[in-house]
Design a protein around this ligand. Structure first.
Ligand code: PMP
Ligand code: GLU
Length: 402
């Protein structure tokens, strides 16, 4: 019998974090590295939010709080859902955790029994499948195609659902593809969930990239386009991306009260409340001025256009133009089976990103980490000049592959 639990032996370390850590280590050793690996905005947290944190600190708001959030924050979250999504949630239906990651973790851990299935459109964020596995459930990938702009097709969703399906785990705009859905495209998916044979399935929607949408795309969340789903939906969101607060660790979810209470029970036996100072900063983030979002998005959109255009000029790379988030997910199929300038054989997307890091100092994350190969993910939440230089290096790397 091994020392470590079977549950933890089932999972791997987060690959996005692993690549970002490796890039930081190489940089610290003096290598010229451009990291396009981590999914975090390079912009700083807005000053009004920082000031609210300083105020909270000075006012001594440094004690334990209610486990799943202070009343002021739950009220701000309920107001946000009403204002931005047209959803009515009482504060008692809101759960606040240490990052969206903890909220997703709580929800899955308190609902999964051995054999329960979770349908996840692939490619998907690295942590979904591992959290499901940790909880004893079974991830079932519903594959999306580059040709469909990486949007899940309704019939593919329907086929993936079985009597054992507990959750449909939805994420749009999507990490890693940036794909988003129009109201009609989303309604086509919620219609599938309303079919009599699928009415046992709950929706776990990860709306983390809600505000990061470009051009004329408009955001909708499942319970908004199909109100009948409200009773079996947990709507998850967070401050990391929109408010440039990745290090502060705050996320939230809203749904039926029994689920929220059970998630609180788990959190009371693990981390207790999220940081008290962060919670007061979050009240300001949600209630305060939102104008910086549009300013940041203007920069993100320009970067997206730059990256898509430069990648499509790289030999063997095919890149779609995504609607949102700050990622692109190009195919590197044209380079598989070939050899890099320094003699590395590229058998798969992991070899591709390894060779790219070794030979050109550009860190990207391989598609296998997101459950769809041969692709790679680039985060363009990086200074524009560094991004341009990285794309030049990718062009050079691909041009030299034989
Ligand atoms: N969901 C998605 C799709 C993500 O990309 C991330 C990554 N940062 C999270 C959830 C978790 O974010 P956090 O824990 O920082 O709120
Ligand atoms: N979600 C971000 C990413 O995909 C941050 C790292 C993580 O938690 O996975 O890169």
């Amino acid at each position: 019998m091994g020392f470590f639990a079977d549950s933890v032996n089932r999972i791997s370390p987060s690959q996005t974090i692993a690549v970002a850590t490796k890039a930081r280590e190489l940089k610290a050793k003096g290598r010229d590295i451009i990291s396009l690996s981590a999914g975090e905005p390079d912009f700083d947290t807005p000053d009004n939010i920082k000031d609210a944190a300083v105020r909270a600190l000075k006012e001594g708001k440094t004690k334990y709080t209610d486990v799943d959030g202070i009343p002021e924050l739950k009220a701000a979250i309920a107001a946000k859902f009403k204002r931005e999504n047209g959803l009515d949630y009482k504060p008692s239906q809101v759960s606040v955790g240490t990052g969206g990651k903890q909220v997703l973790y709580n929800a899955l851990l308190v609902t999964l029994n051995p054999g329960d299935e979770v349908v996840i459109p692939a490619p998907c964020w690295v942590s979904y499948a591992d959290i499901v596995l940790l909880g004893g459930g079974k991830p079932v990938f519903a594959n999306c195609r580059l040709e469909d702009g990486y949007r899940l097709q309704p019939e593919v969703l329907d086929k993936a659902i079985t009597p054992k399906t507990k959750w449909f785990l939805f994420n749009a705009p999507c990490n890693p593809t940036g794909a988003a859905y129009s109201k009609e495209q989303l309604k086509a998916l919620t219609d599938v969930l309303m079919r009599p044979k699928n009415k046992h399935v709950w929706v776990l929607t990860d709306d983390m990239y809600e505000h990061l949408l470009y051009d004329d795309n408009v955001f909708y969340t499942p319970a908004q386009v199909e109100p009948a789903l409200y009773e079996r939906t947990l709507t998850v969101n967070g401050l990391s991306k929109t408010y440039c607060m990745t290090g502060w660790r705050l996320g939230y979810g809203a749904g039926p009260e029994p689920l929220i209470k059970t998630m609180c029970k788990l959190q009371s036996q693990s981390t207790s409340n999220p940081c008290s100072i962060t919670q007061w900063a979050a009240v300001e983030a949600l209630n305060g001025p939102q104008g910086f979002i549009e300013r940041n998005n203007k920069v993100f959109k320009e970067r997206r256009d730059l990256v898509v255009s430069m990648l499509n000029q790289s030999k063997g790379i095919k890149c779609t133009k995504p609607e949102g988030a700050f990622y692109v997910y190009p195919s590197c199929e044209g380079l598989i089976g070939k050899t890099s300038a320094k003699g590395i054989k590229i058998n798969n997307d992991e070899d591709f990103v390894t060779a790219l890091l070794e030979e050109e100092g550009v860190a990207a994350v391989h598609g296998a980490a997101f459950a769809m190969s041969p692709f790679f993910r680039i985060s363009y939440a990086t200074a524009t000049d560094a991004l341009e230089e990285a794309c030049k290096r990718i062009q050079r790397f691909c041009g030299n592959v034989r």
